[in-house]
Design a protein around this ligand. Sequence first.
Ligand code: KG4
Ligand code: ZN
Length: 365
Amino acid sequence: MSGNVTATNHAGVPADCCVLGIETSCDETSAAVVVRKNGRIEMRSLVILSQEVHALFGGVVPEIASRQHLIGIMPTVQSALDRAAMTFNDLDAIAVTQAPGLVGALLVGTSYAKALGLSTGVPVVPVHHLEGHLFATMLEDAQAVPPFTALLVSGGHTLLLDVPAWGTYRLLGQTRDDAVGEAFDKVAKLLGLPYPGGRPLEALASTVTTAQHRFAKPMVRASAVPGDDDYYDLSFSGLKTAVLLAVRAAERDGTLAAVQADIAHAFQEAVVGTLTEKVERAVRQYRRTRIVLGGGVACNQRLQQAIRDRVARRGVTVFAPSPKLATDNAAMIAAAGVFRFEAGERMAPSLTAQASLPIPGLTPA
Ligand code: KG4
Ligand code: ZN
């Protein structure tokens, strides 16, 4: 298939390979081409078709998402191939997000990938969306590879992992209720900001230096020790309620417009304070020297800076993807696909999309 194939590994996989990635798990239709060359994975193209229509409804409408994926999938894939100056004949594998996500949305990608695989003879490799997020940063920085501590923070997921090697994921903590991005979106809505609210909330918060409001950092009991349930776990619903009460009080006093930015700042500080504390605990316990951030909330500059400041004295490096690779995209799916393709994994005809599924290789701490 791809040129310059000089050797094959034990799984019969070419030493250099070219993988098309397809991502349709939520509200982004995305396709990308990556190549593995001389042991490095390089991105050749990335196309992301964002479904702006959901902003009208203040959240993703699953039925609309599926229909938009159907409209967008073929031109998006073609555009990714064109931008990489490649054709289907150049591909060694097609990597597709199989889980987790909106099942109707995932089905568009998986059905399309299977049909493409059947008609071209190119093998299809199923990829877990969250494993994809873990691979996003290494496309931009070759140092962002295991072992590392990972913080995945998106609209749907909040996970703290220890990653000793690709494919081995120790689950340290996760949210017991809302995902971090979901909390940002809900608080942004309370403050009258557009959906998705994370970015506008960060912008509003940055207009304040020191907030008058103060919200307790959730789940950071100082006496907690490794092994306690709340040592790594997270929860944001209580904080969200505290913000709701502050917003209602300001509405009653007629001061909401004046204190909006203050509330946004105080909320963001509480979230960032908790995440920073939990990440530092993980780095300390597992003696890691790298932290990899992923997911849409990883775009938050205040979060990135706070984590950097906290771990700097330990000589720990923090890797965060650029916004294009932090949010949902197919390049990260293709990169994780290279790893799974090399491991010999292939999509069985009976394998279909799944709304929820643990990351393969996930083990308890
Ligand atoms: O990873 P992503 O694109 O999609 C999901 O898989 O959910 O993440 C989207 C989430 C949204 O909740 C959005 O508000 C949040 O990421 N987000 C941010 C920022 N940029 C995006 N949250 C906080 N600060 C930001 N700068
Ligand atoms: Zn995601």
